[in-house]
Write a protein that binds this ligand. Structure first.
Ligand code: SAM
Length: 243
Protein backbone atom coordinates (compact mmCIF):
# COMPACT_ATOMS: atom_id res chain seq x y z
CA UNK A 1 0.00 0.00 0.00
CA UNK A 2 1.30 3.50 -0.81
CA UNK A 3 2.47 5.71 2.02
CA UNK A 4 1.84 9.35 2.80
CA UNK A 5 2.57 11.71 5.66
CA UNK A 6 0.35 12.55 8.58
CA UNK A 7 2.34 15.40 10.07
CA UNK A 8 5.86 13.96 10.45
CA UNK A 9 4.60 10.36 10.66
CA UNK A 10 4.51 8.05 7.62
CA UNK A 11 1.13 6.31 7.38
CA UNK A 12 -0.73 4.17 4.83
CA UNK A 13 -2.33 6.55 2.31
CA UNK A 14 -5.68 4.90 3.01
CA UNK A 15 -5.40 5.74 6.70
CA UNK A 16 -4.67 9.46 6.52
CA UNK A 17 -8.30 10.56 6.05
CA UNK A 18 -9.35 8.63 9.19
CA UNK A 19 -6.60 10.26 11.24
CA UNK A 20 -7.44 13.73 9.92
CA UNK A 21 -11.09 13.06 10.80
CA UNK A 22 -9.97 12.19 14.34
CA UNK A 23 -8.18 15.55 14.63
CA UNK A 24 -11.23 17.55 13.57
CA UNK A 25 -13.70 15.43 15.58
CA UNK A 26 -11.60 16.32 18.58
CA UNK A 27 -11.12 20.05 17.94
CA UNK A 28 -14.55 20.90 16.46
CA UNK A 29 -16.16 22.22 19.69
CA UNK A 30 -13.24 24.59 20.38
CA UNK A 31 -12.10 25.19 16.81
CA UNK A 32 -13.24 28.81 16.51
CA UNK A 33 -11.86 30.03 19.82
CA UNK A 34 -8.55 28.24 19.13
CA UNK A 35 -8.26 29.98 15.76
CA UNK A 36 -8.62 33.36 17.41
CA UNK A 37 -6.17 32.59 20.20
CA UNK A 38 -3.40 30.92 18.21
CA UNK A 39 -3.44 33.45 15.35
CA UNK A 40 -4.20 36.40 17.69
CA UNK A 41 -7.18 37.10 15.47
CA UNK A 42 -5.12 37.29 12.29
CA UNK A 43 -7.05 34.44 10.61
CA UNK A 44 -9.99 36.83 10.23
CA UNK A 45 -7.85 39.26 8.20
CA UNK A 46 -6.34 36.43 6.13
CA UNK A 47 -9.81 35.14 5.28
CA UNK A 48 -11.03 38.61 4.31
CA UNK A 49 -8.02 39.05 2.05
CA UNK A 50 -8.66 35.66 0.39
CA UNK A 51 -12.26 36.65 -0.29
CA UNK A 52 -11.06 39.93 -1.86
CA UNK A 53 -8.65 37.97 -4.06
CA UNK A 54 -11.55 35.72 -5.18
CA UNK A 55 -13.25 38.74 -6.81
CA UNK A 56 -16.62 37.14 -6.27
CA UNK A 57 -19.55 39.15 -7.63
CA UNK A 58 -23.31 39.25 -7.02
CA UNK A 59 -24.98 36.23 -8.57
CA UNK A 60 -21.91 33.98 -8.45
CA UNK A 61 -22.12 30.31 -7.46
CA UNK A 62 -19.37 29.54 -4.96
CA UNK A 63 -18.15 26.26 -3.50
CA UNK A 64 -16.52 26.48 -0.06
CA UNK A 65 -14.46 23.27 0.16
CA UNK A 66 -13.35 22.03 3.61
CA UNK A 67 -15.46 24.90 4.86
CA UNK A 68 -15.58 23.62 8.44
CA UNK A 69 -17.32 26.04 10.77
CA UNK A 70 -18.26 28.34 7.90
CA UNK A 71 -16.10 31.49 8.24
CA UNK A 72 -15.40 31.71 4.51
CA UNK A 73 -19.00 30.86 3.60
CA UNK A 74 -20.22 33.80 5.68
CA UNK A 75 -17.84 36.26 4.06
CA UNK A 76 -18.61 34.92 0.58
CA UNK A 77 -22.35 35.15 1.14
CA UNK A 78 -22.00 38.92 1.60
CA UNK A 79 -20.34 39.11 -1.83
CA UNK A 80 -22.71 36.94 -3.88
CA UNK A 81 -25.84 38.68 -2.61
CA UNK A 82 -29.36 37.26 -2.68
CA UNK A 83 -29.10 36.17 -6.32
CA UNK A 84 -25.92 34.14 -5.73
CA UNK A 85 -25.30 30.95 -3.78
CA UNK A 86 -22.56 29.51 -1.55
CA UNK A 87 -22.33 25.79 -0.78
CA UNK A 88 -20.71 24.88 2.52
CA UNK A 89 -18.96 21.50 2.25
CA UNK A 90 -16.62 19.47 4.42
CA UNK A 91 -15.73 15.82 5.00
CA UNK A 92 -16.23 16.12 8.76
CA UNK A 93 -19.71 15.90 10.33
CA UNK A 94 -19.04 17.75 13.62
CA UNK A 95 -17.22 20.64 11.89
CA UNK A 96 -20.01 20.95 9.33
CA UNK A 97 -22.74 20.77 11.96
CA UNK A 98 -21.06 23.59 13.91
CA UNK A 99 -20.81 25.65 10.73
CA UNK A 100 -24.43 25.00 9.70
CA UNK A 101 -25.70 25.94 13.19
CA UNK A 102 -23.61 29.13 13.36
CA UNK A 103 -24.89 30.23 9.96
CA UNK A 104 -28.49 29.38 10.84
CA UNK A 105 -28.16 31.34 14.13
CA UNK A 106 -27.08 34.33 12.03
CA UNK A 107 -30.14 33.86 9.80
CA UNK A 108 -28.09 32.57 6.86
CA UNK A 109 -29.35 29.36 5.29
CA UNK A 110 -27.01 27.71 2.81
CA UNK A 111 -26.81 24.31 1.14
CA UNK A 112 -24.58 22.10 3.29
CA UNK A 113 -22.97 18.98 1.80
CA UNK A 114 -20.74 16.47 3.52
CA UNK A 115 -18.22 15.30 0.95
CA UNK A 116 -14.60 14.51 0.22
CA UNK A 117 -12.82 17.18 -1.80
CA UNK A 118 -11.08 14.44 -3.74
CA UNK A 119 -14.39 13.19 -5.20
CA UNK A 120 -16.82 16.09 -5.32
CA UNK A 121 -20.50 15.22 -5.87
CA UNK A 122 -21.11 18.17 -8.23
CA UNK A 123 -21.40 18.32 -12.02
CA UNK A 124 -18.74 19.79 -14.30
CA UNK A 125 -18.57 23.59 -14.63
CA UNK A 126 -21.08 24.18 -11.80
CA UNK A 127 -19.28 27.04 -9.99
CA UNK A 128 -17.78 30.47 -10.63
CA UNK A 129 -15.47 30.13 -7.66
CA UNK A 130 -14.04 27.33 -5.57
CA UNK A 131 -12.34 28.34 -2.35
CA UNK A 132 -10.50 26.19 0.14
CA UNK A 133 -9.16 27.72 3.35
CA UNK A 134 -6.73 25.76 5.53
CA UNK A 135 -8.07 22.52 4.06
CA UNK A 136 -5.77 21.44 1.21
CA UNK A 137 -2.99 20.63 3.67
CA UNK A 138 -5.09 17.85 5.17
CA UNK A 139 -5.99 16.15 1.90
CA UNK A 140 -4.27 12.89 1.05
CA UNK A 141 -4.12 13.31 -2.73
CA UNK A 142 -3.79 17.05 -3.36
CA UNK A 143 -3.50 16.56 -7.12
CA UNK A 144 -6.85 14.72 -7.16
CA UNK A 145 -8.50 17.50 -5.16
CA UNK A 146 -7.05 20.18 -7.47
CA UNK A 147 -8.30 18.24 -10.52
CA UNK A 148 -11.75 18.11 -8.96
CA UNK A 149 -11.70 21.88 -8.29
CA UNK A 150 -10.79 22.43 -11.94
CA UNK A 151 -13.55 20.08 -13.13
CA UNK A 152 -16.36 21.80 -11.21
CA UNK A 153 -15.28 25.33 -12.23
CA UNK A 154 -17.03 27.02 -15.13
CA UNK A 155 -14.90 28.73 -17.82
CA UNK A 156 -13.27 31.87 -16.32
CA UNK A 157 -14.00 30.55 -12.84
CA UNK A 158 -11.32 30.90 -10.17
CA UNK A 159 -9.80 28.72 -7.49
CA UNK A 160 -8.62 30.44 -4.31
CA UNK A 161 -6.47 28.50 -1.86
CA UNK A 162 -5.71 30.03 1.54
CA UNK A 163 -3.17 27.88 3.34
CA UNK A 164 -0.20 27.94 5.68
CA UNK A 165 2.98 28.26 3.70
CA UNK A 166 6.72 28.83 4.03
CA UNK A 167 7.61 31.65 6.40
CA UNK A 168 10.30 34.21 5.60
CA UNK A 169 13.65 32.53 6.43
CA UNK A 170 14.86 34.97 9.13
CA UNK A 171 11.68 34.29 11.10
CA UNK A 172 11.90 30.49 10.85
CA UNK A 173 13.46 29.86 14.28
CA UNK A 174 10.99 31.92 16.24
CA UNK A 175 8.11 30.48 14.20
CA UNK A 176 9.34 26.95 14.93
CA UNK A 177 9.55 27.75 18.64
CA UNK A 178 6.00 29.09 18.59
CA UNK A 179 4.69 26.14 16.56
CA UNK A 180 6.33 23.26 18.41
CA UNK A 181 6.62 24.60 21.97
CA UNK A 182 3.84 27.16 22.48
CA UNK A 183 1.05 25.93 20.20
CA UNK A 184 0.64 22.41 21.68
CA UNK A 185 0.46 23.99 25.15
CA UNK A 186 -2.28 26.38 24.05
CA UNK A 187 -4.05 23.39 22.45
CA UNK A 188 -3.81 21.47 25.70
CA UNK A 189 -5.08 24.36 27.82
CA UNK A 190 -7.99 25.38 25.59
CA UNK A 191 -8.96 22.35 23.51
CA UNK A 192 -7.63 19.73 25.97
CA UNK A 193 -5.74 18.31 23.01
CA UNK A 194 -2.01 18.94 22.53
CA UNK A 195 -1.63 16.23 19.85
CA UNK A 196 -3.98 17.81 17.32
CA UNK A 197 -2.10 21.09 17.53
CA UNK A 198 1.21 19.27 17.23
CA UNK A 199 -0.24 17.73 14.04
CA UNK A 200 -1.14 21.24 12.87
CA UNK A 201 2.47 22.42 13.25
CA UNK A 202 3.84 19.30 11.55
CA UNK A 203 1.34 19.33 8.69
CA UNK A 204 2.30 22.94 7.92
CA UNK A 205 5.95 21.90 7.55
CA UNK A 206 4.98 19.04 5.20
CA UNK A 207 2.74 21.19 2.98
CA UNK A 208 4.13 22.37 -0.39
CA UNK A 209 5.72 25.81 -0.29
CA UNK A 210 4.42 28.75 -2.34
CA UNK A 211 6.15 27.87 -5.62
CA UNK A 212 5.45 24.13 -5.36
CA UNK A 213 1.75 24.69 -4.80
CA UNK A 214 1.63 27.14 -7.72
CA UNK A 215 3.24 24.43 -9.90
CA UNK A 216 0.69 21.84 -8.71
CA UNK A 217 -2.12 24.22 -9.66
CA UNK A 218 -0.65 24.73 -13.12
CA UNK A 219 -0.30 20.96 -13.56
CA UNK A 220 -3.99 20.63 -12.65
CA UNK A 221 -4.84 22.93 -15.57
CA UNK A 222 -5.14 26.34 -13.93
CA UNK A 223 -3.94 29.42 -15.78
CA UNK A 224 -2.72 32.81 -14.53
CA UNK A 225 -1.61 31.26 -11.26
CA UNK A 226 -0.26 33.75 -8.73
CA UNK A 227 0.10 33.97 -5.00
CA UNK A 228 0.17 36.57 -2.28
CA UNK A 229 2.18 36.11 0.91
CA UNK A 230 0.58 37.29 4.13
CA UNK A 231 2.26 37.76 7.52
CA UNK A 232 5.73 37.09 6.06
CA UNK A 233 4.60 33.88 4.38
CA UNK A 234 3.00 32.31 7.45
CA UNK A 235 0.10 31.93 5.06
CA UNK A 236 -0.30 32.44 1.32
CA UNK A 237 -3.30 32.95 -0.92
CA UNK A 238 -3.01 31.24 -4.30
CA UNK A 239 -5.34 32.04 -7.16
CA UNK A 240 -5.70 30.27 -10.49
CA UNK A 241 -8.19 30.55 -13.35
CA UNK A 242 -10.08 27.91 -15.27
CA UNK A 243 -9.68 28.85 -18.91
N1 SAM B 1 -12.16 26.37 6.07
C1 SAM B 1 -12.36 26.41 7.52
C2 SAM B 1 -11.62 27.57 8.11
O1 SAM B 1 -10.82 28.17 7.40
O2 SAM B 1 -11.83 27.89 9.27
C3 SAM B 1 -11.96 25.10 8.17
C4 SAM B 1 -10.50 24.73 8.06
S1 SAM B 1 -10.04 23.35 9.05
C5 SAM B 1 -8.41 23.76 9.52
C6 SAM B 1 -9.75 22.10 7.87
C7 SAM B 1 -10.99 21.39 7.39
O3 SAM B 1 -10.64 20.53 6.30
C8 SAM B 1 -11.65 20.49 8.45
O4 SAM B 1 -12.96 20.92 8.69
C9 SAM B 1 -11.60 19.10 7.82
O5 SAM B 1 -12.67 18.28 8.15
C10 SAM B 1 -11.54 19.44 6.34
N2 SAM B 1 -11.04 18.37 5.47
C11 SAM B 1 -9.93 17.62 5.67
N3 SAM B 1 -9.79 16.74 4.66
C12 SAM B 1 -10.82 16.95 3.81
C13 SAM B 1 -11.23 16.35 2.58
N4 SAM B 1 -10.53 15.36 2.01
N5 SAM B 1 -12.35 16.82 1.98
C14 SAM B 1 -13.07 17.82 2.53
N6 SAM B 1 -12.74 18.41 3.70
C15 SAM B 1 -11.63 17.99 4.33
Amino acid sequence: MSKTHFGFTQVDAGDKARRVRGVFDSVAPRYDVMNDVMSVGLHRLWKRFAVDVARVRPGHRVLDVAGGTGDMTRLLLDRVGPEGRVWLTDINGPMLATGRDRLADAGRLVPVVRCDAETLPFPDAAFDCVCVAFGLRNMTHKEMALAEFRRVLAPAGRLVVLEFSRVWKPLEKIYDFYSFSVLPRIGKAIARDADSYRYLAESIRMHPDQETLAALMRQAGFGGVEYFNLSAGVVAVHRGWAS
